[in-house]
Design a protein. Structure first.
Length: 344
C-alpha cells in the first residue's frame, strides 16, 4: 500500500476480506476519548467517503464475478450503492421485504436514481414461516434476532443462484457499530462527558459485535453456505474502526427539533454521493434491518395466528387482536403444556 492510501492516523492495511473480527485482533475496549478529535462532521464525512471508496476498490479487485449489493433502503446500504456508482460500477441490487416492511420505496428510489438493476424479493407469511424453520435448523437455536436476520439471507439465495457468477455481495453492515447508529448520547453533544460516554458506548458495541465468538460463531457459513466467503460487511474492518474512533460526538450526532440524528457524518457522505433527486434518502430514519424489512412484524403476526389455534384460544379474547404480552403468555403456557405432556 502506498502512503496515498493512508487516511489520517490510520495504520492498518486496506483489506479485500469480507470482514475482519476487529475485537479479536486487538484491544478495542480501553477508553481513549482523547482520540476523538475530529469535530467537524463535513471533515468526518470526507474521511468516511475516502475510506469507503478505498475499501470498495480493494473488494472489487479481490472478488471475481459481478458485484451484488443488498439494498435495504437504509442509509448504510444506500451509501455503499452510491459509492459503487461513483466508481462506475452498477451492481445488481437485491431487496428483501414483507408486506409489513417499510424498505421498498427507499430501495426502489435509490436503485432507480443510481441506475442499478434491482430485484425485490417478496416474502409472504407462508414463506416466512418456512424460512424461519430452515433458519432454526441451520443455526441450531431459535433466538429471535439471529433467526430474523437469517430469514432474508436465505430468501436471497435463489436470486444469487440465478445470477450466475456472483462476485462480492456487499452490505452496509457494521456502520451502526462504529458510528453509534441508533444510539443517543446521554449528555450534551459538545460536552466533555459526551465524548467519554460516546467513546465507551461505541467501544462496547465493537467488542460485542465485531468478534467471531458470538452466539453463533459460524452464522454466515451456516446460512449462506458457499456464498459466505463473499458476503461482505463493508464497514467491519480495522481501518474503518481506526477512522471512526477519531470522530467526536459532534461529528456523529446532531439535535434537530429535539430529535437526535445519528451517524451524521455518514449521512453527509451519502447525501454528497447521491443524485439531487434522492439526496433526502440520506436523512431517512431507519430501524434495524429485521424491523424495517418487516421480518419482526411478520413473525409477530405468525405468532398470533399460531396462538389463535391453541385449545380454547377464542373463549375470552381474540389472539389476533389482544396485546402482544397476552399472546406471549399464551405461547408460554402452550410450551409448559408440551413440557408437562412430554414428562408423563
Amino acid at each position: 500500500m502506498t502512503a496515498s492510501h493512508r487516511i489520517g492516523s490510520v495504520t492498518a492495511e486496506q483489506t479485500g476480506a469480507a470482514a475482519q473480527y476487529v475485537a479479536d485482533l486487538g484491544d478495542v475496549t480501553s477508553p481513549d476519548p482523547g482520540l476523538r478529535s475530529v469535530v467537524d462532521p463535513v471533515a468526518a464525512a470526507a474521511l468516511i467517503r475516502n475510506e469507503l471508496l478505498s475499501r470498495l476498490e480493494a473488494l472489487l479487485g479481490a472478488y471475481s464475478g459481478d458485484p451484488v449489493v443488498f439494498l435495504s433502503g437504509g442509509v448504510d446500504s444506500i451509501l455503499v450503492a452510491a459509492a459503487l456508482a461513483h466508481l462506475g460500477i452498477r451492481p445488481q441490487a437485491i431487496t428483501m421485504v414483507t408486506a409489513e416492511g417499510t424498505d421498498r420505496a427507499n430501495a426502489q428510489a435509490a436503485a432507480s436514481a443510481l441506475g442499478l438493476p434491482h430485484e425485490i424479493v417478496e416474502l409472504d407469511q407462508a414463506a416466512l414461516v418456512v424460512l424461519a424453520g430452515e433458519a432454526i435448523a441451520r443455526l441450531g437455536i431459535p433466538e429471535l434476532w439471529s433467526v430474523s436476520y437469517a430469514i432474508p439471507l436465505l430468501a436471497a439465495r435463489p436470486v444469487l443462484d440465478r445470477l450466475g457468477e456472483v462476485g462480492a455481495i456487499l452490505t452496509g453492515s457494521g456502520a451502526d457499530v462504529i458510528l453509534g447508529g441508533g444510539k443517543t448520547p446521554r449528555h450534551p453533544i459538545d460536552s466533555p462527558p459526551a465524548r467519554h460516554d460516546v467513546d465507551q458506548m461505541i467501544r462496547k458495541q465493537v467488542a460485542s459485535s465485531f468478534s467471531y465468538y458470538r452466539l453463533v460463531p459460524d452464522f454466515y457459513p451456516l446460512v449462506l453456505d458457499g456464498y459466505a466467503d463473499r458476503f461482505v460487511r463493508v464497514f467491519q474492518t480495522v481501518r474503518f474502526w481506526e477512522v471512526a474512533a477519531t470522530f467526536a460526538p459532534q461529528a456523529l450526532f446532531r439535535t434537530n427539533d429535539d430529535q437526535v440524528i445519528d451517524k451524521l457524518c455518514l449521512r453527509i457522505a451519502c447525501e454528497q454521493l447521491l443524485p439531487e433527486s434522492v439526496k433526502s434518502l440520506a436523512w431517512t430514519k431507519k430501524s434495524p434491518f429485521q424491523r424495517s424489512a418487516g421480518i419482526m412484524d411478520a413473525l409477530a403476526t405468525a405468532a398470533r395466528r399460531f396462538a389463535a389455534t391453541l385449545p380454547g384460544a377464542h373463549t375470552h379474547r381474540d389472539p389476533m387482536a389482544e396485546p402482544y404480552e397476552d399472546v406471549a403468555s399464551r405461547l408460554f403456557l402452550a410450551l409448559l403444556a408440551d413440557t408437562a405432556t412430554a414428562g408423563k
